[in-house]
Design a protein around this ligand. Sequence first.
Ligand SMILES: Nc1ncnc2c1ncn2[C@@H]1O[C@H](COP(=O)(O)OP(=O)(O)OP(=O)(O)O)[C@@H](O)[C@H]1O
Ligand SMILES: [Mg+2]
Length: 439
Amino acid sequence: MNSKKENILVVDDNNEMLDLIQRQLKTFNYRTFKASSVNEAIEVLKTAHIDLLITDLDMPEINGLELLKYTDEHYPAIPKLVISGIPSVPNVVSAIKSGALDYLTKPFTSDELYKSIRSSLVKNYVISNDFQNSKNDILYNNIVGKSVHTKNIIKIIERIKDTKATVLIEGESGTGKELIARAIHFTSNIASQPFIVVNCGGIPETLAESELFGHTKGSFTGATETKTGLFQAASGGTIFLDEIGNAPLLLQTKLLRVIQEKEILRIGATKPEKIDVRIISATNSNLENMVAKDLFREDLYYRLNVANIKTTPLRERKEDLPVLINTFIDKYANEYGKPEIKISEKVIEVLLRYNWPGNIRELENIIQRMIIMSDDLINLNQVPEKLKYDIPASSKILKSLKEYEKEQILKVLASVNHNKTKAAQILQIDRKTLNQKIL
Ligand SMILES: Nc1ncnc2c1ncn2[C@@H]1O[C@H](COP(=O)(O)OP(=O)(O)OP(=O)(O)O)[C@@H](O)[C@H]1O
Ligand SMILES: [Mg+2]
């Protein structure tokens, strides 16, 4: 049984037929709107948010064909289902043949009606070609995207992957820093060697030295065994120092020594050990500012920063969104056993408009949740409210009163699901004025 309550507009000049269809739609749990003429239907289309148009063709005054044309022109995203006798009009026949239109011949059973509605609705959720094509966009060791930013990052990775130069990756949370670090390692000529991740802010200061460099048996109370540190474990491979900005100053000093001398000293040992490890670090703090405030050692900063990669927040590279959305849908659709799941164009529109403060991680989480909450299609009901009412990143403070007014009207419209009548009521203007102001 459908639980999503799509809005369906039914148009038929025959009131009995109209009532019959409406009753059936209610049992299928759809919200219905009815109109007994094309003009009435157009009024409904203008005021309500309609997900599917069901129309008869043979109607006095204005024919159903005109309504189909009008809807195509003004609301191209609305799928259409024609319920009529055998079609005789040539262009309707060709429209049906081309698959642009669904057609149900009278008389029909309730089951046939339900199936036709589902099939028409799902058509609307099929991702557009443009969107689908984004699947061909760059794919480099799990990094996907088509923006100049992403392409540049892949170029840098290619250039540095086989060198031993230290790499510092800087950028906001959730922008793919760890993914980049992994791509550097796993595409390099030391890919078969270890890749060890160290969360520099996560180890208590007192344990950090032993964790990273190891200790000898009996070197301190509790050191009952000789221990190998993470640097030795990464030998021949890569050590990823995540959140390097959170490394305590004492640890910073030790790290500097490791980089300069290319050797480590276990706690309690007298002889240092040579190590051969590539160091990649990442941070979402501004290390340069931290250096200026004496919170990060300047010499270490330069040592870590031989090669530098800066990640760009998602809101500044929206071209990557379609392919990311596609990738995550594929990933979670398979994971949750819903390989056929579709996403509504309207949902994509909202996802493209949102400001993504949590970047790619937030996008991924939201898609995962929407897939869990959906059956065969992801529609606006599964989209978290905060995404629907987000203010675009480009909203600038310095703007004309007119721009400001338009923006406010659009926000109100979004909040009432584009119901212009409701929006006009809230704004205390008439609908005509509202229409003019959003032109
Ligand atoms: N270009 C991309 N293509 C595909 N997935 C991506 C991309 N960038 C990031 N992701 C995914 O987004 C999530 C967050 O990425 P990652 O953990 O690398 O970010 P981060 O910058 O290290 O974040 P934090 O600073 O919070 O640790 C991961 O699941 C990652 O796989
Ligand atoms: Mg990270």
